[in-house]
Design a protein around this ligand. Structure first.
Ligand SMILES: Cc1ncc(COP(=O)(O)O)c(C=O)c1O
Length: 342
């Protein structure tokens, strides 16, 4: 794959999308469904669930596909948190947890991060008798930080079995740190662990809305009962199956992303910014003054580059910047290097 010419494009580095698109196998393979099956209702996504179960060595009852992992987050909140229950959500984490808790009028409390990290022990310290579910994104969006296998295991050992942990691994395929948890190996030991995954990020299928959860069979059955019929469309299921076949594409994107991530971290660090080490396909830059982040975002927007401006976990502003291909990353660096505080 050759780097694209982005000279006149608007570059979207604000949604953590895959800058390399999706696998060519997907583009070619979904043609049959697109041309011949658009008038047919989808069935339950059993082909995909069976394939995921086979790949992960699980029973198919432990797998549930959903119309994006946000739909599964929604299902978990509806299934696990009753009127008397509450949720725990880290501040400065994936916005949908809070949005969906609010949409369902569920009680929730925010847990503070420590040094931009979702510290697992903070979950334990925040528990109340009414806590039913805690969300932990690993890597965390927007900070890109991770917790290790040992930290996860320690948390699960101490977490009461009445509290579920939704471990959101939307960016798992980008992780290169060997300390990253092998959460799958803990699934059968801890029935209160739910692993959430997405086809929107590394597999580049965000438009199609497809994701999955791996969890205890009883919980998956309960969630399937609440699913909206026909909610996973035929194109999405076919595309996800094809995407799983193309390991070369995944390997390519992972390698390029790691190189781009390292480049951005080094160059922006050298330029006096404070990037956090990231394991995702984005980096997090936090600023010392509230204003700085928005001025930097405007400077980038002036060069056609859209990034995500965040309030951060304190008064200081922050930017989340997607890792692009090399020409895009150079453009980001060049723009920020010349960016002066007002
Ligand atoms: C941590 C995290 N989980 C889930 C999602 C959403 O994934 P999906 O597109 O599968 O709903 C995102 C998207 O940004 C995310 O950052």
């Amino acid at each position: 794959m050759n780097p694209a010419d982005h000279t006149n494009d608007i570059i979207r580095l604000n949604f953590n999308e895959n800058c390399y698109g999706c696998s060519p196998l997907v583009r070619e393979g979904i043609e049959r469904v697109l041309l011949k099956e658009l008038h047919l209702y989808p069935g339950a996504p059993v082909r995909l669930e069976n394939e995921l179960a086979r790949r992960f060595g699980l029973s198919v009852d432990q797998v549930i596909a959903g119309a994006g992992s946000v739909r599964l987050i929604d299902g978990l909140i509806q299934t696990l948190v009753d009127e008397t229950g509450e949720l725990l959500i880290f501040e400065n984490s994936f916005v949908a947890y809070e949005q969906l808790a609010q949409a369902h009028s569920k009680k929730y409390r925010l847990i503070r991060q420590r040094d931009f990290i979702c510290e697992p022990l903070s979950i334990l310290h925040s528990l109340k008798p009414e806590t039913r579910l805690a969300f932990l994104a690993n890597p965390n969006n927007p900070t890109g930080t991770i917790i290790s296998h040992d930290q996860l295991e320690q948390l699960l050992v101490q977490l009461p079995s009445s509290v579920y942990l939704a471990l959101d691994e939307a960016y798992v395929e980008y992780v290169t740190d060997p300390a990253y948890p092998d959460a799958l190996s803990l699934l059968n030991r801890f029935p209160n662990l739910i692993i959430l995954r997405s086809f929107s990020k590394m597999y580049g299928l965000a438009a199609l809305r497809i994701g999955y959860a791996l969890a205890d069979a009883t919980l998956c059955r309960a969630m399937k009962k609440k699913q909206i019929p026909f909610s996973i469309n035929r194109v999405a299921e076919e595309a996800a199956l094809l995407a799983l076949e193309d390991q070369l594409f995944v390997d390519y994107c992972k390698k390029e992303n790691e190189a781009g991530r390292n480049y951005l971290l080094k160059e922006l660090g050298d330029a006096g910014f404070h990037p956090l080490p990231s394991q995702g396909n984005f980096i997090y830059l936090h600023f010392d003054q509230r204003d700085d982040a928005s001025h930097a975002a405007k400077a980038l927007a002036g060069r056609g580059i859209l990034v995500s401006e965040l309030s951060g976990s304190g008064p200081q502003g922050a930017l989340r910047i997607g890792v692009g291909d090399q020409p895009v990353n150079s453009r980001v660096v060049e723009c920020l290097q010349h960016f002066h505080l007002p």
